[in-house]
Design a protein around this ligand. Structure first.
Ligand code: NAD
Length: 351
């Protein structure tokens, strides 16, 4: 195989992922799949060559001229579409979060690994230049022992309701945005094994028609269907003693923020703005890092996916990572519901 022929499923976040696969010298978007034909027709106009379109993902997965599938549907459809794709031997690239439950996530990881296909998460925060920079420093030991971290995504008025999947069960602020900072910080910290989680979560804006994207007010028929969290926060303890505070707010009376903070014995850091903190010759040294030509995360994701398929490169972001992050998220939401700490016993960890 000299090039990867990809089908893009879901014409929202599928578009930047599709653009990046198409822009890669060894990638091509050869098909689109969405339940809305017009959305595919619109994207097809931006592609250099004609593409096949499918409104039924099962029919698409039978197409022998498709090597790989990007999945960018609402959360609830990631696993059904991916299970069908891996069953047909297609490589899969899936947007965050991996699934809408830990059971679905585990089932897919098992199936994808058994089929031996390349199975990768499309993670725009982890593959972004600032997170990569911090992850590389951590791997080089620059922080000493990383023993604590904080990660949060806070919006002032940012509930997405352009597809109901976001606000119905299986969606929610934590699975939508908490997942970005949780995945990235967990990866930077060296993928430690989580052992216990406590959390709180709820919906203080969404069910009341408040807190929607850019202070818009949706129709009551939309917000009456609200059945997910619009905030969640909690604490995760890892086997190596490391502690992580993680928060996600779709709406709040606080300034918007997207932040990761690292506490290490030799140095600390923040993600946005990208800064390092050290003590040199007995004095604090705070360093602002300006990344030269950081590039688009989507291009890095597409390039890695293609390298894994065509060159057999080991995958840096397998679905297994998405499953472990899902376990942490679901444990936090479960703790919020039960009011109890949740112990995680992931026997088959393998991160
Ligand atoms: N930075 C990121 O990585 C990022 C950003 C935004 C969204 N996302 C993720 O992408 C997913 C979709 O979010 P979005 O904002 O693109 O939503 P969207 O509503 O803009 O797009 C989703 C598309 O999926 C289509 N669709 C729904 N069910 C389908 C099915 N069964 N088969 C085929 N197509 C189907 C819809 O018609 C729609 O065109 C979510 O899981 C979200 O978490 C990731």
């Amino acid at each position: 195989m000299k090039e990867v022929r990809a089908c893009i499923v879901g014409m929202g976040i599928g578009r930047p992922n599709g653009d990046a696969l198409q822009a890669n010298a060894r990638g091509r978007v050869s098909a689109l799949c969405d339940v809305v034909q017009e959305r595919m027709d619109d994207y097809a106009k931006h592609l250099p060559e004609p593409v096949k379109t499918y409104t039924d993902y099962k029919a698409m997965c039978k197409d022998p001229e498709i090597d790989a599938v990007f999945i960018g549907t609402p959360n609830q459809w990631h696993v059904p579409v991916a299970l069908e794709a891996v069953k047909r031997g297609k490589h899969v690239l899936i947007t965050k979060p991996l699934a809408d439950s830990k059971q679905a996530a585990a089932k897919l990881v098992k199936a994808a690994e058994a089929e031996g296909v390349v199975n990768m998460m499309s993670l725009s925060t982890r593959f972004g230049a600032p997170a990569q920079y911090l992850g590389n420093l951590a791997q080089q030991g620059e922080f000493g022992e990383l023993y604590y971290a904080r990660a949060r995504s806070v919006r002032r008025s940012g509930i997405p309701a352009w597809n109901l999947g976001f606000i119905q069960a299986g969606g929610g602020a934590f699975r939508d945005m908490g997942v970005h900072v949780l995945d990235a910080v967990w990866w930077i910290l060296g993928k430690p094994k989580p052992v216990s989680v406590v959390g709180v979560a709820g919906a203080k804006f969404g069910p009341f028609g408040k807190g929607y994207w850019d202070f818009s007010v949706p129709d009551k028929t939309v917000y009456k269907q609200y059945a997910s969290d619009d905030y969640a926060g909690g604490f995760i303890r890892f086997e190596n003693g490391l502690g992580l505070q993680v928060e996600s707010f779709w709406a709040s009376h606080q300034p918007g923020e997207f932040q990761i903070e690292l506490f290490g014995t030799d140095a600390g850091a923040t993600l946005s703005p990208l800064r390092l903190f050290r003590t040199v010759n007995g004095a604090p040294q705070d360093i602002s890092v300006a990344l030269p030509r950081p590039g688009e995360a989507w291009d890095a994701i597409a390039a890695h996916f293609i390298d894994c398929i065509l060159d057999g490169k080991p995958c840096d972001a397998p679905l297994r990572h998405g499953w472990i992050v899902q376990e942490m998220m679901e444990a936090l939401l479960q703790s919020a519901e039960t009011g109890k700490e949740v112990r995680l016993r992931m026997a088959d960890y393998g991160a």
